[in-house]
Design a protein around this ligand. Structure first.
Ligand SMILES: Cc1ncc(COP(=O)(O)O)c(C=O)c1O
Length: 404
């Protein structure tokens, strides 16, 4: 990469005009420094395009890109492609690469992006139930949803917990279906001592700012399928195969240096993030231990985990509702969240398609109504975790008070 290149700054979400853009010559090391500074003061979203100052050609696929690929490969050795696309857009690319998909089975208990990625391609997402213990796609339920139009299954490694990979693979093999995994949460996680990123036909990581490893926005796809990889490489850059030669219908999915720089900065932090997340997880386990009706979804200590999500699951023994617990935490300015409620099948774009599918998704309903995600990460120390745990304990044990 040339030492100097030009960043074209445009405010996120706006169409760049000449007046609006500022051209600033900078070096890669300056970007990395800036990203360090930006993350220190809490800036998380900037939309930048990098261009070579002489040729005006975007400066992708060069040294910084090579460095981030090298870094990502430590966690996902089979990575072949990486771009500044959201995980959702990546999935759209995947489906475009294989237009034969018609009906694809996914869990309803996932982020809506998993469903949208399909429907944007004219593919019907068919919602299946989850295993209430792991919150991942229940293979039996997935099996029941297969119709003559089904051409694929997307399992989701929710919260970084591996989906039932072998069982789903067996179903896919038996019915000749594509199998892909939404690995948005699972960067740095393993399944039976093999890193997530090698299962199914491909797996898709998200590097969105909320994720364990982030490049502001972005994602990566991992596949062993050379044809699929080549199709996506082309689509990432408008289908260009060399200068002036477009051989494929594509889009703009290139990773900018600044996104890669953010990723490189975050690689330095990755072990620290895991250490803090793991420490917080064990502190929450201790802080909430013995509290009737309140469980934390366990991480398997024998596997590699990123411990990014602290998922509290209430059961019928809990005398207060999930909403009451969240209400109390929010009143104390603690940002606990419901997640994936009320399930994709109940969201407007899909609920009219499948008005009665809820009867087939009892575990989705049960889990979606009963989970609370607790704050964690490097900004939380053990004292903060203990305060959150104490407030939950108070909310549960003093449920009869008017405060609730
Ligand atoms: C399970 C799951 N899938 C997909 C996505 C979408 O990822 P991105 O925001 O990178 O498109 C998310 C993001 O939050 C997610 O949680």
């Amino acid at each position: 990469m040339s030492e100097n290149f030009i960043l074209n700054f445009t405010p996120t979400g706006m169409i760049p005009t000449k007046e609006m853009t500022t051209f600033v010559p900078v070096s890669v090391s300056e970007i990395v420094e800036d990203v360090h500074r930006a993350s220190e003061i809490g800036i998380t979203m900037v939309h930048l395009h990098a261009r070579d100052p002489i040729s005006e050609v975007p400066t992708y696929d060069k040294a910084i890109y090579a460095s981030i690929i090298e870094g990502i490969r430590k966690y996902a050795p089979e990575l072949v492609i990486c771009a500044s696309l959201s995980g959702r857009t990546f999935k759209e690319l995947l489906q475009r690469a294989d237009p034969l998909l018609l009906e694809v089975i996914i869990p309803s208990f996932t982020f809506i992006a998993t469903a949208h990625a399909l429907s944007w391609q004219g593919i019907t997402p068919v919602f299946a139930d989850i295993n209430p213990e792991t919150h991942t796609l229940d293979p039996e339920s997935a099996s029941r949803m297969i119709t003559p139009r089904t051409t694929g299954i997307i399992g989701v490694h929710l919260w970084g917990h591996p989906a039932s990979i072998n069982e789903l693979q067996a179903i896919a093999d038996e019915h000749n279906l594509h199998l892909m995994f939404d690995a948005a949460h699972a960067f740095g996680c393993s399944c039976k001592n093999e890193m997530i990123g090698k299962f199914g036909e491909c797996e898709v990581f998200s590097f969105h700012a909320t994720k364990f490893f982030n490049t502001f926005e972005g994602g990566a796809i991992v596949t062993n399928d050379d044809e699929l990889a080549e199709a996506m490489r082309l689509m990432r850059n408008f289908g260009f195969s060399g200068v002036d030669n477009v051989i494929y219908s594509g889009t703009n999915g290139k990773m900018t240096e600044v996104a890669a720089a953010m990723g490189l900065v975050n690689f330095d932090e990755i072990d620290n993030v895991i250490t803090c997340n793991r420490r917080n997880y064990y502190a929450y386990l201790e802080g909430l231990s013995g509290l009737a009706g309140v469980d934390i979804l366990p991480f398997n200590p024998d596997q590699r985990n990123n411990y990014q999500y602290i998922v509290v699951q209430l059961d019928d023994k809990c005398p207060v509702s999930r909403e009451q617990i969240i209400h109390v935490l929010h009143a104390e300015n603690i940002l606990a969240r419901k997640y994936f409620w009320p399930g994709c099948h109940n969201m407007k774009p899909y609920r009219d398609f499948f008005p009665n599918v809820g009867v087939l998704l009892p575990n989705t309903k049960k889990v979606a109504e009963k989970v609370v995600l607790l704050p964690t990460g490097t900004n939380m120390d053990t004292d903060a975790v203990n305060i959150v745990s104490k407030i939950i304990r108070l909310a549960v044990t003093q449920h009869a008070t008017k405060a609730l």
